[in-house]
Write a protein that binds this ligand. Structure first.
Ligand code: NAD
Ligand code: WQD
Length: 345
């Protein structure tokens, strides 16, 4: 089948970290991704990496998702769209506290405009990027999809909770929409080809990009944010998932929605590995996987950090037939190969 005959999937935020890896999985699974991105947190050069992996140039529409006229144009001209994966959002927790209006406008404005356009153009299936941040510090671990949501600790977190709520309300109103809400845990790693990965635009705030820069000698020792938490080694616990495993959950969600009866639906899934790792364990995994040492020092706790969280993923396995398969070492090795490729640029 020519790629022109494949089901076309609109991917907003398609040149971003998770978006670009999902685009690769879409191509491998027989879909034709149509990318939309305003390049506010990614680069056009991601298309070169995607071309090297996928063997052909993919289509990017450089538009802001809040621009309804531009979105209409894409939906009219890109051919019939079978579904949408909506990644486009600003995602830095600290920045969201300093620029609340930008975060509410960008993250919620994009969603509202996109959903209105989908309804008008008769596009029904949507996968939405949510986050485990909606749970705050859960009382019981692992967290299931039924765990009550916490009061949002940041503007960014609020945009994810409100985004989920908007979609529930639209589906409840009877709109012809099928929605999968994916709550991601901590995505790390890169494509093993080292042609795409996470672009450190600005100063990274997340653990793995900081580890990579520290191991590459681009910054000093890694500072562990507290070793006096109530965990076995005193450092915080997270559920780190290889970005390619996370990517696969989107394709499985699209396939699952397409198998459902006509009518509307909304379903939420945790997307993690089911295994919690402490900061020390994540650092050990990096050292084992790459043979490189990372100097560590212990600093104070980071305000707003939660002690521990990891996912129960049985619902996604049962319903979508999806499960994470890659190890944390594999993710660290792939992330390091990407860092080395960045260094050669
Ligand atoms: P990213 O910043 O790499 O990708 C997001 C992409 O969206 C970027 O390429 C950016 O240029 C684009 N974008 C932003 N606003 C836009 C707009 N208005 N119109 C068009 N394009 C726009 O981030 P990511 O890590 O790939 O995250 C993707 C999604 O997953 C986001 O919704 C994020 O909130 C969510 N998420 C990320 C994580 C994580 O740790 N990376 C965890 C949970 C959820
Ligand atoms: C991981 C662990 C830190 C840096 C954030 C967002 C969340 C979600 C995922 C989008 C924590 C520790 C980190 C450092 C450290 N994003 N750490 N030294 O905090 O789980 O979540 O990204 O939805 O919303 O809040 O991820 O990578 O920042 O931190 O010790 O220099 O590493 O304390 O325990 P986090 P992270």
């Amino acid at each position: 089948m020519s790629f022109r005959d494949r089901p076309r999937i609109l991917v907003t935020g398609g040149t971003g970290f998770i978006g670009s890896h999902t685009v690769v999985d879409l191509v491998e699974q027989g879909f034709e991704p149509v990318l939309v991105d305003d390049l506010s947190n990614s680069e056009r050069s991601v298309l070169d990496g995607l071309e090297a992996i996928c063997g052909r140039r993919l289509e990017l529409h450089e538009i802001d998702c809040r621009d309804r006229a531009a979105l209409d144009r894409v939906l009219r001209e890109a051919g019939p769209i079978a579904g949408v994966i909506h990644f486009a959002a600003a995602k830095a927790v600290g920045e969201s506290q300093r620029r609340p209006l930008h975060y509410y406008s960008n993250n919620l404005g994009s969603l509202l405009t996109l959903v209105e356009a989908m309804i008008e153009h008769g596009v029904r299936d949507l996968v939405f990027s949510s986050s485990c941040t909606v749970y705050g510090q859960p009382g019981q671990l692992p967290v299931t999809e039924d765990t009550p949501l916490a009061e949002p600790a940041s503007v960014y977190g609020a945009t994810k909770q409100i985004g989920e709520r908007i979609l529930r309300d639209v589906v409840a109103s009877g709109a012809s929409l099928r929605v999968t809400l994916l709550r991601y845990f901590n995505p790390i790693g890169a494509h093993p080809s080292a042609r795409i990965g996470e672009l450190p635009l600005g100063d990274p705030q997340n653990l793995v990009p900081i580890i990579l820069q520290s191991a590459a000698g681009l910054r000093g020792p890694i500072r562990i944010f507290g070793d006096d938490w109530n965990t076995p080694d005193g450092t915080c616990i997270r559920d780190y998932i290889h970005v390619l495993d996370l990517a696969a959950a989107h394709v499985k969600s699209l396939e699952w929605m397409a198998r459902q009866a006509e009518g509307s639906l909304i379903e939420v899934f945790n997307v993690g590995t089911g295994r919690g790792r402490s900061v020390q364990e994540a650092l050990d995994a990096f050292e084992r996987a790459t043979g490189r040492r990372v100097e560590r020092e212990v600093g104070p706790r980071r305000p707003g950090d939660i002690e521990q969280i990891f996912a129960a993923c049985e619902k996604a396995e049962r319903t979508l037939g999806w499960k994470a398969t890659r190890s944390i070492e594999e993710a660290m090795r792939d992330a390091w190969a990407w860092q080395e490729a960045l260094g050669r640029r």
